[in-house]
Ligand binder design. Structure first.
Ligand code: FAD
Length: 169
């Protein structure tokens, strides 16, 4: 297997195409990660949720990470990691209404875009947790790795197995 770095453009193209990943946040040294849909535009990811643990934690600590991947096989995959900063987009005076509108426009492109966020409230105890939240993640850093089948003759490969007794594919 050969692993190469993806260009920023390749990372962005993958994010735009997938629209689904795993959003990680942390509070008091405890990481928390959930699968989520998002909409991509250059420099931003947009999401929709209802008020629950991840929103509460991102409010307390806006530094987040998102991973998205496309796995074709064990040796053919691409994975992108975004580091960014959470910003809530409430519909209130004083907040950037253009960004909120942009979030809605982009998220609405996916059929039933609101469903998973709303459905998540079903498992929560408090009745007021169906409160809708639009948010943005400002992309600060993005990296991508892509794996492909190594077609070079075995003798030419530099990355031989380092674990004794284990031979790489
Ligand atoms: C394909 C897919 C797409 C999704 N898209 C969205 C989306 O766009 N927006 C959205 O808000 N949600 C989405 N979800 C649901 C999301 O993964 C969370 O389950 C949901 O948002 C609730 O998260 P919360 O932090 O508010 O948890 P809460 O409702 O506050 O729940 C608290 C506890 O429940 C547990 N829990 C919560 N979520 C999960 C989970 N997914 N798996 C296992 N345990 C869990 C955790 O232990 C957590 O401590 C999606 C899920 C899937 C599988």
């Amino acid at each position: 297997m050969l692993i190469s770095e993806m260009s920023r453009q390749e990372c962005c193209d993958l994010l735009a195409r997938l629209g689904f990943g795993r959003l990680a946040c942390a509070y008091e040294n405890q990481p928390y990660i959930v699968p989520t849909y998002f909409a991509y535009e250059p420099e931003h990811l947009y999401g929709f949720a209802t008020l629950g643990q991840k929103i509460e934690w991102m409010r307390l600590n806006p530094l987040v990470c998102l991973e998205a991947d496309e796995v074709r096989s064990h040796v053919q995959w691409a994975s992108v990691v975004v580091r960014g900063c959470y910003e809530e987009l409430p519909e209130k005076p004083g907040y950037d209404s253009k960004m909120r509108q942009q979030a809605e426009v982009l998220l609405r492109k996916r059929f039933m875009w609101w469903q998973t966020g709303v459905a998540a409230a079903q498992t929560r105890e408090q009745s007021n947790r169906g409160i809708p939240v639009f948010y943005c993640i400002h992309i600060e850093k993005v990296t991508g790795h892509r794996a492909s089948r190594d077609r070079r003759p075995y003798r030419d490969r530099t990355s031989r197995a380092t674990v004794p007794g284990v031979v790489t594919a």
